[in-house]
Design a protein around this ligand. Structure first.
Ligand SMILES: [Zn+2]
Length: 507
């Protein structure tokens, strides 16, 4: 690529030297790939089952992947029954109820004990019922709601909507706002798609906060990823409407602003939001009784946006896979009782179920040796190259946490298990669990959590195709191994007084 770049530049220089005008700046051709020579689905690299791991051969990634597909189908049924814009396995909706039924049915099929859905009362739930966004300049009108998606908990507009000037604000930093009049306008800025920075919206010094502080009336965050994905952002915690915007729509808007000169485009925004009271969700419980009343927990949140295939159909599939595996062991040979729980979730900015569990930690976790949080257990390796996201035939390395420095034996077990079954990890564990549900439990429960955040995170591109079955197999086998190894340790090696450990990142 470098050679090609140089040769194009040299050609331009040669033309210029010869006194010829190049018509436009030389634009490098994007490095377009040749057509695919194989289908990824049939070509994912599978970690061979080691001789030491034959006891885990029954954990079959292809079967687990079917569970991802089935959960995505729940989300799509919800979308196709009158919710074309804001859809997924949204907490409190019919998709949530269907997901709870699906998991309880899986637990019953497996033959678990005490299968039940514990009803949870939800606070009023944010529900964006519809939105339309157009931008116009001269004869050009852009339909931005092809990709625009309101950030979670964004306020709506009045029925009449907004009709305001558009203004460009770069990456939304202080430097971008310096000297720029955004008062009464809709601000467009670029945002990176990574956790934390993507949540420009959730950090106190993010672009939306600056836009609001400078008097803007709406914010659009263009997600800097090729394509035109819909992207759900976490709450911006501002009092003006905030939307994400796909990159194609974002570029089109940038060009419209550039071409309009001193007569900026007008943006029309209408967002109809309702707070829906009295909805319910559920903690879905199932138990594999063991030889003692000591416990191991496996949890996974059931909710998610769009197909929510990685986040968190993958984790739920891992949870079901672990239940299937350990159900085959006779009760007398399961040292500890294994409690499985499908959480209502946290994308609704509440996490009511886990809050209930934390409030009951005394009774739930008094004899707990391990809590596995299965969250984002397989995600495809991608890279932005040229004008597109390229997908490879493997799964990504995971951020991980295994009990922290006060539980060296648990960390050791996790490192060996991840290595044995081919779960790529970073050499350094996280000081607190990766963003997810374990963050609420790890201070008082020995917790293990490994997961990754990919480019499709929280977008409508997060389909089952972005969850390699090979990664599901690797992660689930590793977790099963961790359970077995932990069962060789006494509680005293694992339990600690509640720790004041570093704060876990959102959510
Ligand atoms: Zn998640």
């Amino acid at each position: 690529m470098r050679m090609r770049l140089m040769s194009v530049s040299l050609a331009a220089l040669a033309l210029a030297a010869a006194g010829q005008q190049t018509a436009a700046p030389v634009r490098l051709p994007a490095p377009e790939p040749a057509p695919a020579l194989y289908a990824l689905d049939g070509a994912f690299l599978q970690w061979p089952l080691p001789a030491s791991g034959q006891a885990y051969a029954d954990i079959d990634g292809r079967r687990l992947h079917r569970y991802v597909v089935e959960q995505a189908a729940i989300a799509r049924r919800y979308r196709d029954s009158g919710h074309p814009q804001f859809w997924g396995r949204i907490t409190g909706t019919s998709a949530d109820a269907e997901s709870a039924d699906w998991l309880a049915a899986a637990f019953r099929r497996i033959g678990m004990a005490d299968v039940r859905a514990q009803a949870i009362d939800l606070p009023p739930q944010w529900m964006p019922e519809s939105w339309t966004i157009t931008a116009a300049s001269g004869a050009t009108t852009l339909q931005l709601d092809r990709s625009a998606q309101p950030a979670y908990a964004s306020p709506g507009t009045s029925r009449g909507g907004l009709d305001v000037e558009a203004v460009w604000a770069g990456t939304g930093s202080d430097a971008d706002f310096a000297g720029r009049d955004v008062r009464g306008k809709a601000v467009f800025l670029f945002s990176m798609p990574l956790p934390g920075s993507m949540n420009n919206t959730s950090t106190a010094d993010g672009g939306p906060k600056r836009a609001e502080a400078n008097g803007a009336v709406a914010v659009f965050e263009i997600i800097a990823l090729p394509g035109n994905m819909r992207n759900m952002l976490y709450p911006a915690r501002v009092n003006i409407p905030v939307f994400s915007l796909g990159m194609e729509d974002g570029y089109a808007m940038r060009d419209l602003i550039a071409q309009a000169g001193d007569r900026p485009p007008r943006v029309r925004i209408r967002l109809n939001v309702r707070q829906v009271p009295d909805e319910k969700s559920a903690l879905v419980w199932g138990t594999l009784p063991g030889a003692t009343d000591e416990t191991i927990y496996v949890m996974a949140h059931r909710d998610g946006w769009f197909d929510a295939a990685t986040d968190n159909a993958s984790g739920v599939a891992t949870l079901v896979g672990l239940a299937e595996h350990f159900a085959k062991t006779p009760q007398a040979r399961r040292r500890r009782t294994i409690v499985f729980v499908g959480l209502d979730g946290h994308h609704n900015d509440a996490g009511v179920g886990r809050t209930w569990m934390v409030a009951h930690k005394g009774e739930l976790f008094a004899k707990t040796a391990l809590a596995i949080n299965a969250e984002h257990t397989s995600t495809i390796q991608t890279y932005v190259y040229g004008e597109r996201i390229r997908s490879s035939n493997t799964y990504t390395a995971q951020l991980w946490y295994a009990g922290g420095p006060s539980r060296p034996k648990l960390q050791e077990i996790a490192i060996h298990a991840f290595r044995e079954f081919g779960v790529p990890t970073y050499a350094e564990p996280e000081q607190a669990p990766p963003p997810g549900d374990l963050g609420r439990f790890y201070r008082f429960v020995p917790g293990v959590d490994a997961g990754d955040f990919n480019m499709y995170f929280h977008t409508d591109g997060e389909t089952p195709e972005t969850v390699p079955w090979t990664g599901l197999e690797a992660s689930t086998r590793a977790y099963a191994r961790i359970v077995d190894e932990v069962n060789k340790l006494p509680l005293s090696d694992l339990q600690r007084p509640e720790e004041t450990a570093p704060t876990a990142p959102r959510p």
